[in-house]
Design a protein around this ligand. Structure first.
Ligand code: GTP
Ligand code: MG
Length: 205
């Protein structure tokens, strides 16, 4: 993750998606779970993805790519990190929620170059009904995904191993789920090396 990352495109609806090309890794999850913050933490670039205390901040599929690819040395290969609008945000107008949900679901279901989806789950809340719906969609579409627990700084440190074990148990029968669960805190920089390694492995680097 040594390259600087740059924002290249915001996609408000499917017809604005870039042509399928480089491998993509997407970050999905309920509104406010910490998707954009995690992208900033992973890349070490605070202002890269816009974050907010208010749910519903990210409203498009936002594409980030490593800048300056030369094809030599330890350069990251062409790839994209895709920050997604959150799901499950009830306060927004219904038409807007429906549009985001459709965008997220259509993208997740239909993107051939999407290598893996990181489904973020707030450590304090665990897997909710709408998370289950997304996992089921990914299972049906045979899209590989891995669960990432976020905001572990908000729970007791001693409870983290148990939460990981419980979460792994909940997804063990799901066919497209990667069995391991990664616990992170963007705030405290926890679990980021594990997640970077998982992403690099996914793209075969
Ligand atoms: P939407 O784009 O609205 O779906 O939200 P998001 O999932 O991108 O969440 P975002 O990264 O904007 O973060 C939401 C809030 O959670 C912000 O106030 C962040 O500062 C906070 N947050 C994110 N990650 C962490 C974390 O690891 N620990 C703590 N304590 N707060 C966090
Ligand atoms: Mg966001």
């Amino acid at each position: 993750f040594g390259n600087p990352w740059i924002f290249i495109r915001g996609v408000p609806s499917l017809k604005f998606l870039p042509p399928e090309g480089p491998m993509e890794v997407a970050f999905a999850g309920r509104s406010n779970v910490g998707k954009s913050s995690l992208i900033n933490a992973l890349t070490g670039q605070k202002g890269l993805a816009r974050t907010s205390n208010t749910p519903g901040r990210t409203q498009e599929l936002n594409y980030f790519v490593p800048d300056g690819y030369s094809g030599e040395g330890d350069d990251l290969p062409p790839m994209a990190l895709v920050d997604m609008p959150g799901y499950g945000y009830a306060q927004a107008p219904k038409e807007q929620v429906d549009a985001w949900t459709k965008l997220v679901f259509d993208y997740l279901r239909g993107r051939a170059t999407l290598k893996r989806v990181y489904v973020l789950i707030d450590s304090r809340h665990g897997i909710k009904k709408n998370d289950e719906d997304v996992l089921t969609l990914l299972d049906k579409a045979a899209v590989s995904y891995q669960i990432v627990l976020t905001k572990t700084d908000k729970i007791k440190e001693a409870g983290v191993p148990r939460l990981i074990a419980e979460t792994m148990d909940k997804i063990k029968k799901r066919p497209a789920a990667y069995p391991a669960v990664i616990a992170t805190s963007s705030e405290k920089g926890k679990g980021l090396d594990d997640l970077r390694a998982a992403i690099l492995e996914t793209i075969g680097h």
